[in-house]
Write a protein that binds this ligand. Sequence first.
Ligand code: LMR
Length: 332
Amino acid sequence: MKRFVSAGLAAVIAIGLGAGAWAQDITIKFSHVVAPDTPKGKGAEKFKELAEQYTEGKVKVEVYPNSQLYKDKEELEALQLGAVQMLAPSLAKFGPLGVPDFEVFDLPYIFDGYDQLRMVTDGDVGKAMLAKLEDKGIRGLAYWDNGFKIMSANSPLMVPDDFLGLKMRIQSSKVLEAEMNALGAVPQVMAFSEVYQGLQTGVVDGTENPPSNMYTQKMHEVQKHATLSNHGYLGYAVIVNKEFWDGLPEDVRGNLEKAMAEATVFANGIAQEENEKALQAMMDAGTTEFHEMTDEEKAAWKEALAPVHEEMADRIGAELIEQIKAATGSGA
Ligand code: LMR
């Protein structure tokens, strides 16, 4: 809100002083919870570079990585209050805000690779989901990929029974809670910034994340086993405080939209490779044993996790789940 007021005031001054004099004042604080050296971290830096270039320095973008400013839950509140202007929370974190629709992305095995996912995020279903944020004072600008998650713990996770009784850290998504329950684990919501310590001290036994997050948070140092399950997707919605965004002069907003469109192509272009590199780096580190799944193991995981789709239909909307399956052609 504060920033909106200052942008508004600056616009009034601009009328008096002539174009260009005011806009030095626009600062976008872009807060996120992951390391700079991740798909999201690099996407944020690319947006900063392009936004400052296209607005000829009238807009300054300050990127705050690694939960430096806010942790998971606080960052959404901070955005609504206008203490920061831009975030890219994981799609699994919008439930507490009252928009559980995005949890559809958490459904196990709903996407078979990035191409299927893109059919949703680039299409009408993806746009309609972003539009639901407007009521919350938030404008959704783009979807950014991280990647497909792997499961880790200090004991091997080959078949669903291996999860029995394990305390597994999850993001604040009811779908992920149902997923861990379906495997017989005990889900525990924990802020991303606390996961390494949670694993190290045994507060939780294991977790799920794409390799880039696991590696850059050094989780592999405190997890002896990981299964390359690719059982679910983790991606982001890049969002802004709506009042702030709507209050920007049209030309500035246009340039920022252009910067965001290009940063999105960049971020989504590097995500898969970043995850492959992170996985390789963890394999080289040798602290974790990585298990490839056999077809039988994969079938057993799929069978154990299939009921989650039906169980969550009331929360997410059976229609939305069907729309996604229709868009991806998975129909399953
Ligand atoms: C997590 O909390 O595991 C992820 O959402 C972190 C992130 O933003 O990638």
